[in-house]
Design a protein around this ligand. Structure first.
Ligand code: SOE
Length: 391
């Protein structure tokens, strides 16, 4: 058997996302058939001892403490950015200039301007690039995409989506620093809009096409929090909650809501799409199910919602032929495995499927523009048009 080509990965960041990605790099070659052999070559973080501990736990071969060194290494093919949002721009641009393939955690950047520079850099360098909007790779969500593309919901009228959490209700929770940088606007770029609604938007534009106009409101419920790094009470600049109306280019209307103050909800991501011929609904807490209403004119007696358990492995349910046997579902971690597998296969010589490499930086910039337009609309109290990238 031909020797597999190594695909040597350098990871930046070892937090929550560093773990999900490391797990994907390890598991994917067990379940998917690659020409490449992913190699966990180096993990990079500022604290050497903790990086070493992480490396030992997850099987990374070496440790770096400066991402610039990692990017310069000749024995690295792919740079994976899993560090906080304020680092994405500089690392991605340096990695593109060094000719590396790039995987980047969502959101792409803090602002549209940062994102534009990142898109220009990867496209100028011609390097493969992808953003970890992992929920596209939930088999039930991929199935929804297939069904919409097959015309099963028909002309779309409505789209609605929520992402609800409750972990920032306590006024005593500080902002900033490791683990809490999502509450610090200087690092994160925004609050729930960039962190949670970005997922809803990415899925929505994938399923239902471009969003052209939005009208939004945001609120910051806790105005001041102690900053972990300075120890001082500081103004909170993120949006704690955001709701917005949107119009899609195809004429359908949408409503989106996200908050970290919905007591009782930990990560309730849902969407529903209503068309003339059918509807689809999905819920992250029951992620292996896709609810489907088929408006069958011929059979009004038995018409109704059905709950599809997305676990068949005969090729009808996306990704499931790679996992267990029908009836046995997969979960959150597998979305990252599926996405990384798509990325590797998009690089393979025998099956060049660049579509597998999406959302790429350009797709993620579209989401970034929508997030930015939402925040602008909330600030000005007006409907705003989503800009297009002139790159
Ligand atoms: C925030 O709590 C968070 O971890 C997001 O950053 C992730 O993108 C989302 O998938 C789950 O929630």
């Amino acid at each position: 058997m031909a020797e597999k080509k190594p695909l040597r990965i350098g990871l930046v960041g070892y937090g929550f996302m560093g773990r999900t990605h490391s797990n994907a790099f390890r598991k994917a070659p067990n379940f998917f058939d690659f020409e490449h052999k992913p190699v966990l070559a180096a993990v990079c973080a500022r604290n050497r001892n903790r990086a070493r501990k992480f490396a030992n736990q997850w099987g990374w071969e070496s440790v770096e403490t400066d991402w610039r060194k990692l990017v310069e290494r000749d024995d690295i093919d792919v740079i994976d950015i899993a560090s906080p949002n304020d680092t994405h721009h500089d690392i991605a641009i340096a990695a593109a200039e060094a000719g590396k393939a790039i995987l980047c955690e969502k959101p792409l950047s803090r602002t549209g301007k940062e994102g534009e520079a990142m898109v220009r850099a990867v496209e100028k360098a011609g390097v493969p690039n992808m953003v970890w909007y992992n929920y596209r790779r939930v088999p039930a969500v991929s199935l929804a995409k297939d069904m919409i593309d097959e015309g099963r919901v028909g002309k779309v009228y409505h789209y609605r989506s929520n992402f609800l959490q409750d972990w920032t209700i306590s006024e005593d929770l500080p902002q900033g620093g490791e683990g809490l940088w999502r509450l610090d606007a200087a690092v994160a770029g925004s609050g729930v809009t960039g962190d949670l609604l970005a997922h809803c938007i990415d899925t929505a534009i994938w399923l239902n096409g471009p969003i052209v106009e939005v009208s939004a409101m945001t609120e910051t419920f806790v105005k001041k929090r102690k900053h972990t790094l300075t120890g001082k009470m500081q103004k909170v600049n993120i949006d704690d909650a955001c709701a917005f109306l949107a119009k899609f280019r195809n004429g359908s209307l949408a409503i989106f809501e996200s908050t970290r103050y919905a007591r009782g909800h930990k990560a309730l991501y849902t969407f529903e799409i209503n068309g003339a011929d059918g509807s689809l609904a999905w819920d992250l807490h029951d992620l292996h199910r896709l609810e489907y209403f088929d408006y069958d004119k011929a059979d009004s007696k038995t018409r109704g919602w059905r709950s599809i358990h997305v676990s068949d492995n005969g090729g009808e349910h996306p990704y499931m032929d790679k996992w267990w046997v029908p009836g046995l579902n997969i979960g959150y971690e597998h979305t990252f495995v599926n996405q990384f597998a798509d990325f590797v296969q998009s690089l393979e010589s025998r099956k060049k499927r660049p579509d597998n490499r999406r959302p790429d930086f350009r797709d993620a910039l579209e989401t970034q523009y929508i997030c930015e337009t939402v925040l602008d609309s909330a600030k000005t109290g007006r409907w705003k048009k989503v800009p297009k990238f002139k790159g």
